[in-house]
Design a protein. Structure first.
Length: 650
């Protein structure tokens, strides 16, 4: 098995000469035992003897539970932490940065930016993974538990080594087979998996179906205000917590895309979430309630309807009504993990509700681990967005802790991109997104370039390969946007696969994902005066900036405005010429990526070289289709030729 951990062979070789000493006596739980095992496994260092003989002293200290300090005293490094979990994270952090050579000798306190740092597995019990592009599940196959505990241990180590502390083990779209995870023999197997993750300081969570009381056949209703329903959940979840003492809680997707929820019974989402919260509260558990709620029966003829408003209209009025152990998990944008969309306006507006920001590492609409796309470029921009528009600076990265009444029940989550493929993520380059998410969760003001440089050095031993990978991935996110999503328009993708061009696939459906291209122009009017009024949902000056055609950023122009093809952008280009130019340049950039990657032949293992090459070649075909289909689509509407005379298949 390759790629076991971000602790790469070259890192281990440099650090393994160090002698570690772990303070005995005070660190007795599974995590501290695992810490000792990790040191022995990777660095073969001396754990006994006089502390003065050690190069690295690892001790407990008077610090917050999630924090640690690192300092150099003469020839020794002293690592102190407030808990054994933090000491395990400190060990990985020290090893990484000792290898990178950027440890400060002065006493430095390290504390994660986010309290909850989670991955959501969209794994199904049959072994498939919804929106998974790296093979099948490492947990399940054919409605059975695989029981590959060695692989699960590798995954837990990988997560812990970048500071993650939570994992949801099954798909948010809970099928009948997964409903039974909270009872009987299946729960016993979940307990075994939970024990592995606990060794690495990671809590497990389970997605549950809101209608489980009906699916079990015990009750005829799942109405959250019916006492029998609340009692049913209390009994079932109490069994889970008694069997798995370190169980974190449940995640719920309700009233969305066919999933049942409180609306079925004319209840609001606070009433539904709080019923479950009461069941898990005695055990210190939490309810993670996804804010992905919208009316999927939208009529494309009615332009006053706007899916972008759905989460805000549902949850904004409920601010302050959720129990203290309920956390809203809110997608970063108002639609659905698009290559370019604005920050969800609920962030900054909710001030009395615990919040988790949700990202997606699995690239559902952003290349599906075929097209190279370093998502940290987008995430960094989103996290820096000032949700208060300058009235009171509140960047998105600070929202979870600052706006959650219980900061310990706030954080950041991502849909995982791992599967059973040998290299975990299908495309070797897609590992960068998983690594980046962990680093972003731990240090939310970290830059994409810092993350990328770390990952390059950990992953590729050859300096020339590192340089090529850095160059390619630095440009990759904008390249993908250029040939897929002109100016924030979104959803011109194939509806069935979410990959490849489908300019009109979503245009007349019920999902509310429209671009409204016609012979006059393109884009969604979300202004106050003539559109859906969505722009007014933003706080402070952001509302005015987005509402005004003259001040709206070009990157989001078509998300907020319907504009004519001859409209001039801030750089002087017409809208239609921008569309032509970016689709041609994006396609050409992928061709250049292939040429750059081919210079790496012979510099890394053949399987790794071919893994990336074959996907770049597939990406080139995909980019060509996007270029020609989208340019042709718009030329047929606009009737305006490309000013540079390039071929458009009209």
């Amino acid at each position: 098995m390759t790629d076991q951990c971000w602790l790469s062979p070259q890192l281990i070789a440099q650090v393994q000469s160090l002698r570690f000493w772990v303070q005995p006596g005070k660190l007795e739980d599974l995590i501290s035992t695992n810490l000792r095992n990790e040191i022995v496994m990777y660095f073969h260092s001396t754990l006994a003897g006089v502390p003065a003989e050690a190069d690295v002293l690892m001790t407990s200290g008077q610090l917050p539970d999630d924090s640690f300090t690192i300092e150099q005293k003469q020839a020794q490094w002293v690592v102190s932490a407030g808990s054994t979990t933090a000491l395990l994270h400190a060990f990985y952090f020290f090893a990484l940065h000792y290898y990178l050579g950027d440890l400060s000798s002065a006493r430095t306190v390290h504390r994660p930016s986010q309290a909850l740092r989670m991955l959501n597995q969209w794994d199904n019990f049959d072994g498939s993974i919804e929106r998974g592009y790296a093979g099948r599940s490492i947990f399940y196959a054919n409605n059975h538990f695989i029981g590959d505990y060695a692989r699960i241990t590798m995954y837990a180590r990988l997560m812990s080594s970048i500071g993650l502390n939570g994992i949801v083990l099954n798909n948010v779209n809970v099928h009948k087979e997964e409903t039974f995870f909270i009872t009987g023999e299946k729960l016993q197997r979940i307990k075994d998996i939970a024990a592995i993750f606990h060794r690495f300081g990671i809590k497990i969570y389970l997605s549950v179906n809101f209608a489980a009381p009906i699916q079990y056949g015990d009750l005829a209703t799942a109405d959250p205000l019916i006492p029998a329903v609340a009692e049913w959940w209390q009994r079932k979840l109490a069994d889970v917590f008694r069997l798995i003492p370190n169980f974190g809680g449940v995640l719920v997707k309700a009233d969305s895309e066919g999933q049942p929820g409180p609306y079925t019974y004319h209840r609001n989402h606070a009433e539904g979430a709080n019923m479950l919260a009461k069941a898990v509260a005695p055990f210190g558990g939490i309810v993670i309630w996804r804010a992905f709620v919208y009316n999927s029966q939208q009529d494309w003829r009615d332009r006053s309807q706007d899916r972008a408003r759905a989460a805000y209209d549902t949850f904004g009025p409920l601010d302050g009504q959720f129990a203290q152990n309920v956390v809203l998990q809110i997608k970063f944008g108002p639609i659905d993990f698009q290559p370019c969309e604005p920050v969800q306006p609920l962030f900054g507006a909710l001030r009395r509700t615990n919040q988790i920001i949700e990202f997606q590492a699995s690239q559902e609409y952003t290349g599906q681990a075929i097209d190279a796309n370093f998502l940290m470029t987008q995430w960094e921009q989103l996290m820096a967005f000032d949700t208060r528009g300058g009235d009171e600076s509140l960047p998105l990265r600070n929202v979870p802790r600052r706006c959650s009444p219980q900061p310990e029940f706030s954080g950041i989550a991502a849909v995982s991109n791992i599967g059973r493929d040998e290299n975990w993520t299908g495309n070797k380059l897609a590992q960068s997104n998983l690594y980046a998410f962990g680093r972003l969760a731990w240090q939310s003001d970290i830059t994409g370039q810092q993350v990328l440089q770390e990952w390059q050095r950990l992953t590729f031993a050859d300096g020339a390969v590192q340089a090529v990978v850095g160059e390619m991935l630095t440009a990759s996110n904008q390249v993908y946007v250029d040939y897929t999503a002109p100016l924030g328009v979104g959803f011109m993708v194939r509806a069935q696969t979410h990959y490849g061009p489908g300019p009109d696939d979503y245009e007349f459906d019920r999902w509310g994902t429209y671009h409204f291209a016609d012979r006059y122009g393109v884009g969604v009017d979300r202004t106050v005066l003539t559109g859906s009024g969505y722009s007014r949902l933003y706080s402070g000056s952001n509302a005015a900036v987005y509402d005004n055609l003259a001040t709206c950023p070009d990157a989001l122009l078509l998300f907020f405005h319907h504009v004519p093809y001859d409209y001039r952008l801030h750089d002087g280009q017409t809208l239609i010429q921008h569309i032509y130019n970016t689709h041609f340049s994006g396609c050409q950039a992928v061709t250049q990526m292939i040429s750059r990657w081919q210079t790496c032949a012979g510099r890394l293992p053949e399987t790794e070289y071919l893994n990336v090459l074959h996907r770049l070649q597939a990406q080139a075909k995909n980019a060509r289709e996007w270029r020609d289909q989208i340019n042709t689509f718009f030329y047929r509407f606009a009737g305006i030729p490309d000013s540079q005379g390039r071929t458009i298949y009209a």
